[in-house]
Write a protein of this length. Sequence first.
Lengths: 445, 634
Amino acid sequence: MKVKMLSRNPDNYVRETKLDIQRVPRNYDPTLHPFEVPREYVRALNATKLERVFAKPFLASLDGHRDGVNCLAKHPKSLATVLSGACDGEVKIWNLTERKCIRTIQAHEGFVRGICTRFCGTSFFTVGDDKTVKQWKMNGPGYGEEEEPLHTILGKTVYTGIDHHWKDPAFATCGQQVDIWDEQRTSPVSSMNWGFDSISSVKFNPIETFLLGSCASDRNIVLYDMRQATPLKKVILDMRTNTICWNPMEAFIFTAANEDYNLYTFDMRALDAPVMVHMDHVSAVLDVDYSPTGKEFVSASFDKSIRIFPVDKSQSREVYHTKRMQHVICVKWTSDSKYIMCGSDEMNIRLWKANASEKLGVLTSREKSANDYNQKLKEKFQHHPHVKRIARHRHLPKSIYSQIQEQRIMKEARRRKEMNRRKHSKPGSVPIVSERKKHVVAVVK
Amino acid sequence: MKAGGLPEVSKRSVSRLKGDLHVERWVAVMETAPKPGGSVPPKKGRLPAMRKKPRRYWEEEATSPAAGPPRKKTRTLEPGPTRRKSANGPKPRNQRKPGGRKAAQRRKPEQTLSGAQDPFPGPAPARVDAARKFCRIDRSEKLPRAKRKTRSKLEAAEAQEEEASARAARSELLLAEEPGFLEGEDGEDTAKILQTDIVEAVDIASAAKHFDLNLRQFGPYRLNYSRTGRHLALGGHRGHVAALDWVTKKLMCEINVMEAVRDIQFLHSEALFAVAQNRWLYIYDNQGIELHCIRRCDRVTQLEFLPFHFLLATASETGFLTYLDVSVGKIVTALNARAGRLSVMAQNPYNAVIHLGHSNGTVSLWSPAMKEPLAKILCHRGGVRAVAVDSTGTYMATSGLDHQLKIFDLRGTFQPLSARTLPQGAGHLAFSQRGLLAAGVGDVVNIWAGQGKASPPSLEQPYLTHRLSGHVHGLQFCPFEDVLGVGHSGGITSMLVPGAAEPNFDGLENNPYRSRKQRQEWEVKALLEKVPAELICLDPRALAQVDVVTLEQQKKERIERLGYDPDAKAAFQPKPKQKGRSSTASLVKRKKKVMDQEHRDKVRQSLEQKQQQQKQEKAKPTGVRPSALDRFMH
């Protein structure tokens, strides 16, 4: 007879002294871990609930401006520095870690229309209603020195926007036309226009650095190449585009914030239909900025809220609002992709977390791994009705909520009417136009 | 060691484990890694400026300074093979014969910038059958036809799954304990081996696990082990209730409830246990203090606890199966089985379905989410006396008044796999963690064993038998110990059954050695992930699968609402061609061609469908005589 009994030595399973940590032997055999899927589901449900419990995105409000904040700019080298321009011509430089204003400049008479930093971070440019372009040093004046711009360019017309080239000492302004300037000269290197209209914003492409895009109030978006004398092509939409933003990771993708409550993500190579129509806002979209990852962007709207959209989704994943925040005019996603800043009508700049339920500060490795595990679980069970309902639910102010209801009714009525029209006309005479193609009027080359 | 070839040991291992590349690689590398003292001493005639690079013990002598050509450059960034060719002295040790070149290339350790070599290149070895155990996807099924994006996502998920199962299988190396076994000498029948022989043969600690509690006074006993296998609760029919740490033999509490005790069951931890008494159900703590008297569960005969759902299932004389949620103290559902007195119950540990045995020979499967049984299986000609389900949820053993012991396959068809007639018929059945089946036949306990963990026990030859001092009244294998607890009219017997239990427990699920703090933490975690009662169904994995019926219904509704199918393929539009070949006629012609092709495909598909239907109709048995009422069937 040969016999062996299971006989464990307790010393191998119990800690030696109280100073040790407990021993936890593992065995991953599935029969010892029954109900794998139901238990994971419950964990995912709990994780989703906790995510909503901990969703406290609002971090700080920077107050000090004496009029509405009209434009924001990030510092290219320092994460903590932010520049803002107000409607009374004041420019303020903020330190985000201390949440304090470190410098105030009376830059223009009237609005500060645009502000941008030089790629090296030593100086910045502003344009204002007083038809000037000014270059300022990033560091404040020394003791006894006057607060003075480095250069001032007097223009003939009002400039409405400015953007700096990402590598070269050149910048572009817009107004009646798009002007490309060399930093050393007082007259533009080249001026480009296509039709006669006021251009509201101009943006350089961060990857293909010679490309730039602009949008004008005659409903079009025009693309230019700095090296050519004439514009490349333009697309005309249903309504006016307020601003555009280039995707920092994909050279040919840009998103346009439109007056018809929607945002349109275009592929530069095929402008006849947008890649995606993002619709969740209930009023005109005023500003848009990409996350440095290029996967998401944030939009500011006249409906007193900001929304975060994934690039490939038509619905937003997040909406931020507070009782006191009025029409949001400008928005920026910080370069560490963790925070969002927005400037609004009631003179405040607000700082938000990009991920509402994220815990700030240094995480321990266990916290990190628990976080990753929960994230994966939420992803796995995201389509289950309970999980989905909890993850999607957002409290909205009454004005936005009722607006959404109203929009839904209007859309439904339009759809019904079109369906009836199609039903009672000759087959094929009322074609089905997809949502993406509906809003593009024409593409001109 | 031979000069040019592989060392002998590894060659043999290659031929033995031909299919298993991982293992082969591992063995070979183990052999080829040089020993610490085997490096060649530095040559003395070299320049003093060229210092010898410190060599780690695993580094190989790629070029021996004695025979190799003088190196011109001090730094070489050449890849491995070219360097090896240039060395025309003795060949490096891990060079192989041309026959096994492919394997040699795979086995070749990668060279790093510093020249250090990975002594164990490639992933660590893992057993193939172990990986299969951990695999959660069915790789025989082909991926569905999907859009490119979806498909790539599916492929990535599948690859990840494979990786995860391989890693889990690899971690089996770390398991510390081996299962027990009992083997007879050639020709010796293990069933003839007595408990006393086993006790004499094994070590003292294991021998102490065999004991008899002589409790004749309080009549036949029921018993229950806690989930960690550390604690034992026993209830005598004449009111004796006790709970003890049976390993250290420390008594936790002992009371007499002055009432008949029908069944006893630990709740989620050893701190609470439920006792089915003559009238009502009571819950006691480990001090023996009565915490609750649950009057909604009356005349309970059997108790089962579902640990992941925190449900206490009770079967009563009144014919009700009642689920009590012990975490909130509410009755979840009370199901009327409509089969008279319920006295036979078992739970399926794989899916938490309750199996009830009835007096008409059927076994019905219940979930709290349904008012009707999930399935009914006709098992015996007489009434059902006992039911047990194994830990993988694959096999069910039943015994009936017809003296039969049957084993059923619970995967889909519920067919009996094997049957055996016992002279008296078994009154109690229990499965162990490793698939041993114990049956209480009168005052004898028989135990049958199968081939392995996932195979049904073969009923021909018992593995062990033991005669007790009274009739068997309760049976349970102790989790994580090679012990079978038997409650009988003479008290309690703890039998030694080598190879019954799972040797390696998981510390985060059931830890027999856990401290109080660990138990408390585990309790909080377990309560947080309590599975809702409505998720109990036959297939617990169904929750992770796509609900195709609902999805298709939603799609249909959407198409109805929109008036067109948004996912439909757009009609073919011929591309305009260059050089004058784009005339209207040619465009129409091309369009027509594609349309015709599509039409032909459609017709072919419908024809095939029709033929299949006809085949199926033909295949139907025509044993039943045609009736005049058949015409109303269609």
